[in-house]
Design a protein around this ligand. Structure first.
Ligand code: HEC
Length: 174
């Protein structure tokens, strides 16, 4: 490098600071790389699971903007394929914290949840949990009780709806 050939003593200290800033830059670059590496792996996994649809795009928006569920239509009898799909989601993403009985695990047991809550409330608890914990008094009470914030499970609206159907089935609806 040109600078190392500078005979003046001040050169070594400026070299040192240049080296330091190089180190800082490469550290920042490594960090940025590892972050994007992580993100793109997740993205790839997501893509492998299902082709992107408009609902996936909506889901990637900040959850308080545009994804708040305003109405849910329930039909009787239950849609059995949704119940099955919802059970699959439950096994993978909810079972670690929620029992199907009334017993609390990390979160409340699901027995009776569709009787004590409006469908819209349940849907937003699944899809917009941060918004609910910030704004909804009932959700805040649960947080006080459980002392753990439910992490957003990144479900699509369709997956969330199928879990609701599974909850209805768990509560004895046919
Ligand atoms: C890491 C633990 C954890 C996981 C995983 C989890 N939850 Fe929760 N859940 C909680 C906690 C804790 C609460 C209570 C609110 C709080 O403290 O944030 C809660 C509350 C809820 C409630 C409200 C229950 C009630 O009695 O009113 C619903 C509905 C719910 N979760 C649905 C789900 C669904 C659906 C999934 C899976 C897709 C899921 N949760 C995954 C921890 C979890």
């Amino acid at each position: 490098m040109l600078l190392t050939m500078n005979p003046h003593t001040s050169a070594s200290s400026s070299n040192y600071s240049i080296l330091r800033s190089f180190a800082a830059i490469s550290l920042a670059a490594a960090l940025a790389f590892s972050l994007t590496g992580c993100g793109s792996k997740e993205a790839a996994e997501q893509e492998a699971k299902q082709a992107p649809s408009p609902s996936d795009l909506a889901q990637n928006q900040p959850e308080t903007h545009g994804t708040e569920v305003k109405s849910v239509e329930l039909t009787t009898p239950l849609k059995q394929d949704w119940v099955t799909a919802g059970k699959g989601v439950y096994d993978m993403k909810c079972l670690a914290c929620h029992k199907l009985t009334a017993d609390k695990l990390v979160g409340p047991g699901w027995a009776g949840v569709t009787k004590r809550r409006q469908p819209v409330w349940v849907m937003n608890m699944i899809l917009n949990v941060d918004m609910m914990l910030e704004k909804d008094p009932e959700a805040q009470k649960l947080l006080e009780l459980c002392m753990v914030r439910m992490p957003n499970q990144n479900l699509t609206p369709e997956e969330a709806r199928s879990v609701l159907e599974f909850m209805r089935s768990n509560d004895g609806e046919k």
